[in-house]
Write a protein that binds this ligand. Structure first.
Ligand SMILES: Nc1nc2c(ncn2[C@@H]2O[C@H](COP(=O)(O)OP(=O)(O)OP(=O)(O)O)[C@@H](O)[C@H]2O)c(=O)[nH]1
Ligand SMILES: [Mg+2]
Length: 312
């Protein structure tokens, strides 16, 4: 599709897929800065994150979402999956992310069946293409069930190296209707600085804590002050049980110190000023089942009770 140079196009593209496919890595790459937490652990993203890509003749608004997974058990999981499906409403195109190592798996089928009900074009993004040799990609692409799921495009990329990302951006751009930009030039996300502060702390906790612990905690910014030449941020880490509190603090406070200083470094890069970051841990039993708290922390969206029918 070719367009006259003078027209401007804008719209929304949802970034969807199972956990750990590199969705947030892609968002960060497109923005050129880290607004979404990224870790090798699944279910890192808990909320919908907007990222705005300003281009000369278009504005592409990407919507990063939590990975869609079997949400049995913890209520928060259900809320996350619900958030992902809700984000696919009112978008021009859906980017469905898979990992080039595994391709499309049986677990993807029910998700895609759901997405197909919406009659929105779906692009299959085969991410992490840097991890496999090009000739190993071909059988994967040849085996795609295109009759069942006729993707409008299939594009291998690497969100890590940026390989082929420009091609994907062009495809997204071609799905955007003519219209004015949604966001001003100087805005690239809808995430508040308070939320980003909590997310950077949560990212480090996800990186360094083992087993189930990352999934048992929530992080909330208690206070956020912009002072002359610096920022002072107080962040609270919530856990379910007393025993977890000790692990997060670590021997002689080592774990919390490491988490705090690495999160601070990220925040200084993000905000461009020195940051004073204080973290503490509080036990709040069953926080993940407390709807009011989920809303307060920002994991439950306005207008959602976390119980939307998948695909609704
Ligand atoms: N080699 C390689 N690794 C990647 C690429 N993209 C992402 N990763 C890694 O894959 C892991 C998961 O990345 P995320 O961006 O957090 O994945 P996600 O899909 O957002 O995961 P959830 O938020 O849990 O749904 C991280 O360790 C990334 O560094 C890529 O293109 N190549
Ligand atoms: Mg993510």
């Amino acid at each position: 599709m070719s367009r006259k140079k003078e027209t401007f196009h804008s719209g929304f593209a949802a970034i969807v897929g199972r956990p750990n496919m590199g969705k947030s890595t892609f968002l960060n790459h497109v923005l050129g800065r880290k607004v979404a937490a990224v870790t090798p652990k699944p279910q890192t993203t808990r909320t919908r994150i907007l990222g705005v890509c300003h281009r000369p003749h278009s504005q592409l608004v990407f919507v990063d979402t939590p990975g869609i997974h079997q949400s049995g058990g913890v209520h928060l999981n259900k809320v996350m999956v619900d958030t992902a499906y809700r984000a696919c409403r009112d978008v021009e195109v859906i980017l469905y992310f898979v990992d080039a190592m595994s391709g499309l798996l049986p677990e993807d089928h029910p998700i895609l069946t759901n997405l197909w009900k919406r009659k929105i074009p779906v692009v299959l993004v085969v991410n992490k293409a840097d991890r496999i040799q090009r000739d190993r990609l071909l059988p994967l692409l040849a085996a795609l069930p295109l009759e069942q799921f006729p993707f409008v495009e299939v594009i291998p990329i690497s969100a890590l190296t940026g390989e082929n990302v420009e091609r994907l951006l062009k495809v997204v751009e071609n799905h955007m209707p003519e219209g004015p930009p949604y966001f001003p030039e100087d805005q690239d996300t809808d995430q508040s600085e308070r939320f980003l502060a909590a997310e950077m702390v949560r990212e480090k906790l996800f990186l360094y804590l083992r087993q189930e612990l990352p999934y048992s905690l929530a992080v909330q910014t208690e206070s956020f002050q912009e002072l002359p030449g610096r920022m002072e941020i107080h962040v609270q880490i919530m856990v379910d049980r007393d025993s977890q509190k000790g692990i997060i603090i670590g021997k002689r406070g080592d774990m919390l110190k490491r988490v705090g200083s690495e999160a601070r470094r990220d925040l200084e890069k993000l905000f461009g000023v020195p940051v004073f970051l204080q973290t503490w841990v509080k036990v709040r039993k069953d926080w993940a089942a407390d709807m009011r708290l989920l809303r307060e922390v920002g994991y439950l969206e306005e207008g959602s009770d976390g119980n939307d029918h998948p695909g609704g």
